[in-house]
Design a protein around this ligand. Structure first.
Ligand SMILES: [Zn+2]
Length: 186
């Protein structure tokens, strides 16, 4: 029986650093969480591939094409957030607006709640946006915004390997449950 295939997509990379807050760089945090998540999922019998495993640049097209060529069952991007208001903190899930509706949103919400349960962060909800990567990915897809680099507490947590592990652990539980809901035999 074919194992479900999850493609992890650490946001940014190479010349594209993403958000910066002091010495913290978003692309590095995204990669650290995804590598940890890769470990967690692999240990649970899920096939996992990543759009990048090092600090390399990847275009939106390359990321989506890779997922489609590999025949992904689920595509998960990881990003961080940054706002002018430093008080805002928590996890949020983002989906491409044309994929919104019904069960997918509920399953995505569940992943956010799983992360929140393990890290103690707020789960802010499931939001829609036009996303250049997700719009081209054929598999069900979502973006996890794991933390706000503008929030002093979450900024500090992002430098803590234990926190990175907890985020990955929560996300892995949510992803595995989502795979089960998508295909009862998985
Ligand atoms: Zn980002």
């Amino acid at each position: 029986m074919k194992k479900p295939l999850v493609i992890l997509d650490p946001g940014h990379g190479g010349f594209d650093a993403g958000f910066r807050a002091g010495s913290l760089v978003e692309k590095d945090i995204n990669l650290a969480v995804c590598l940890e998540l890769w470990n967690q999922l692999w240990g649970s019998g899920v096939q996992v591939l990543m759009t990048r495993e090092t600090d390399e640049a990847r275009s939106a097209e390359e990321r989506a094409q890779y997922a489609n060529d590999q025949g992904a069952d689920l595509f998960v991007s990881w990003h961080c957030d940054l706002l002018a208001d430093e008080h805002v903190a928590g996890v949020s899930i983002w989906i491409h607006e044309e994929h919104a509706g019904g069960r997918h949103m509920e399953e995505c919400e569940h992943i956010g709640e799983r992360i929140s349960r393990d890290t103690g962060q707020l789960m802010l909800g499931v939001f829609q946006e036009r996303d250049r990567v997700l719009e081209k990915v054929l598999a069900p897809s979502l973006i996890i915004h794991g933390a706000f680099l503008s929030n002093p507490t979450e900024r500090r947590l992002c430098t803590n390997p234990e926190f990175i592990k907890l985020q990955a652990l929560g996300a892995a539980k949510g992803i595995i449950e989502m795979l089960r809901m998508m295909s009862p035999i998985a």
